[in-house]
Design a protein around this ligand. Structure first.
Ligand SMILES: [Fe+2]
Length: 282
């Protein structure tokens, strides 16, 4: 059986600098310890972007040092908080595809797992340019007879939360490419700091809370603003065989303490009544 881990939204900062009040280096260490203890038999671990909170070289150096402790191969891609050039100052071209994007396709135990780089410099929402859409189409075409799992940073579907303002742009083009393949088993994303699962044009989609803060379910009709909680910190464990593709949610920090205001700006009503939308950071 295929088993792999997805971590996301690590949001590392240079040593001694908290990220929105949390020590993300310590949280990543806890995640790695948990993965090694509980899932040392995993085939690999994917880090689905927002590796560094402000894209600093020292943060990527911490990542480079800590992921060495994982007892499994590591696959990286970028999120909107990352800085492509500074990432490459630390990792070189090790994680590049032929066009310099941080993405790859992995064939393992009958599956094709495709990790997509949906980040674009200076843009908070997700972007898949023509080059990346063509790359994805080609990777899907090669694997017509294999089930496929996609992992990327940005969510493609509406969660009916303020964070939808910064989802993948032109997501119907992404959907159209996915629809060329007969057996997409999952599209797993981070970015939203929230655990969700659903179906989008018949495609199963999942988001995970990730390593940094967790956002409560701030849904249409709820007053106020989304709350940030300093747990659960979470990674996904994917288990897949011929007939079944499962995403488990492994919480390794369970605190549900409400964090201080600030990230989402002043408290405002939820935006579906036409009021000004909350500022969201993703
Ligand atoms: Fe994030």
């Amino acid at each position: 059986m295929l088993k792999f881990i997805v971590m996301s939204d690590i949001h590392l900062s240079p040593e001694g600098v908290a990220t929105n009040g949390l020590d993300t280096t310590r949280r990543l260490q806890a995640a790695i310890d948990s993965a090694n203890t509980n899932h040392g038999d995993a085939d690999f671990c994917i880090f689905a972007g927002d590796l560094a909170d402000r894209g600093e070289v020292p943060a990527y150096e911490i990542l480079d040092r800590l992921i060495d402790q994982l007892n499994m191969p590591v696959v990286l891609t970028l999120g909107n908080h990352d800085h492509r050039d500074r990432f490459k100052q630390v990792f070189g071209t090790l994680h590049d595809d032929e066009n310099g994007h941080i993405q790859k396709a992995i064939d393992v135990k009958g599956y094709r797992v495709i990790v997509i780089d949906s980040s674009e410099p200076e843009i908070v929402s997700g972007v898949l340019c023509e080059t990346r859409l063509s790359w994805l189409a080609a990777r899907l075409e090669e694997a017509k007879d294999q089930p496929v799992i996609i992992v990327m940073h940005h969510h493609a579907n509406d969660l009916h939360m303020p964070v939808d303002q910064i989802k993948l742009q032109e997501s119907d083009r992404f959907r159209d490419v996915l629809k060329t393949h007969p057996d997409i088993r999952q599209v797993i994303a981070g970015h939203v700091h929230r655990q969700t699962t659903g179906l989008w044009h018949g495609i199963p989609l999942t988001t995970i809370s990730g390593n940094h803060y967790d956002v409560n379910a701030h849904l249409p009709g709820m007053p106020g603003q989304p709350l940030r909680l300093d747990g659960p910190a979470q990674y996904a464990v994917v288990l897949a065989d011929e007939h079944s593709t499962l995403v488990h949610f492994h919480d390794y920090i369970h605190r549900h303490a409400e964090m201080a205001d600030g990230l989402f700006g002043k408290r405002r009503r939820h935006a579906d009544d036409g009021a000004e939308r909350e500022k969201v950071a993703g």
